[in-house]
Write a protein of this length. Structure first.
Length: 359
């Protein structure tokens, strides 16, 4: 998301190759464009080399290109309510900020100032959240007083904390909550509670060292514990148009980069969502599976099929490093590098797993 004309659709096209319309006028995007993108993972390539499967299936993330928000969006300006509803349905936000000067690309406010742009959007999201919180407070307070329900009391306290923060221009994600409080707050779906990553869209000359606009953004978000990425969306679009991998690599090397900004962005988005990957590896298929960080073995098995979770018996686990070292499942078994894990096993990023189940 971001203001109109900051390069969202150009970046989205690079990410998804979905060819969303991008043009030099505000509200070029009205309906959100959705792209399902594969997560680049060198481990999958290595497993393919060793196992030589019939097919390889990477894991994916869904990215939504939401139309440019404007001042007054929280009151419905510029189709604001619709755009804010689109944001509510997402799990995390990639906030694109214009950090390049170009007289040929108009800016809705007439000048380039990414910190001001960020604040415009923050205020709109905060106002919408304040509206949500204030609408809930009287109902929750009534229930908390009459029903003497512990969860309602906790929710009331959380809503008061959120209201106080939002009234002072702070986002909901800055409010520190205990684990029980976070649990009751989950269903509020506040816009400013979503994890966020800031993407500074720069010109080609600034892609390695950044520029004054990037430095201003970093200073403005230093207390947010949010990642700041620097990407030249237009340059990434040109790289994406090249036919061969070799040509793309040469282009990147000329810029002083070892990989595309898009690949870095996809991986960062995956981390932002607290997601990790485990693998299944057999001659029919080598596949990457997405699971939430901290998931237990039955939950991870359920990603493949709910029956795997319901009837979970055990998981046979090989660490990725061991698989690469011994070069096959059989060799890992013989070397004692396959462990048998039960229901309490916390799945680790990169585990190669085989589940036993019975329904």
């Amino acid at each position: 998301m971001g203001l109109p004309n900051v390069g969202k659709s150009t970046l989205f096209n690079c990410l998804s190759n979905a060819k969303a319309q991008s043009a030099n006028f505000p509200f070029c995007t009205i309906e959100p464009n959705v792209g399902v993108i594969t997560v680049p993972d060198e481990r999958l390539t290595e497993l393919e080399r060793l196992v030589k499967p019939q097919r390889v299936v990477p894991t994916t993330v869904e990215i939504v290109d939401i139309a440019g928000l404007v001042k007054g969006a929280s009151k419905g300006e510029g189709l604001g309510n619709k755009f804010l509803a689109n944001i509510r349905e997402t799990d995390a936000i990639i906030h694109v900020l214009r950090c390049f000067e170009d007289d040929n690309v108009t800016h809705v406010d007439g000048s380039v100032d990414p910190v001001r742009d960020k604040e415009v959007i923050d205020i709109e999201l905060q106002l919408k959240d304040l509206e949500t919180v204030e609408a809930r407070l009287p109902k929750v307070e009534k229930i908390a007083k009459t029903a003497k329900d512990a969860d309602s009391k906790k929710l009331f306290e959380v809503l008061v904390k959120y209201r106080d923060a939002l009234m002072t221009g702070k986002s909901a994600r800055t409010v520190e909550l205990t684990e029980p409080e976070a649990k009751v707050a989950k269903d509020l779906f506040l816009l400013t509670n979503k994890p966020v990553m800031y993407v500074c869209n720069v010109d080609e000359a600034s892609v390695v060292d950044g520029n004054k606009h990037v430095e201003a953004v970093k200073a403005a978000v230093k207390d947010e514990q949010a990642e700041v990425m620097v990407i030249a969306a237009q340059t990434e679009a040109e790289i994406a148009e090249l036919d061969s991998f070799e040509e793309r690599q040469l282009f990147l090397e000329d810029l002083g980069l070892n990989e595309s900004g898009v690949a870095k962005l996809i991986r960062s988005a995956y981390r932002l969502l607290n997601l990790q990957t485990y693998f299944t590896a057999g001659v029919k298929e080598v596949r990457a599976w997405t699971f939430p960080q901290g998931a237990l073995a039955p939950q991870a098995a359920g990603v493949i099929h709910t029956d795997f979770e319901k009837g979970f018996i055990r998981a046979e686990v090989i660490k990725y490093e061991n698989f690469v070292h011994y070069k096959s499942e059989q060799a890992c078994k013989e070397a004692g590098k396959m462990s048998v894990e039960g229901k309490e096993y916390v799945v680790q990023d990169g585990d190669i797993m085989h589940f036993r189940f019975n329904v």
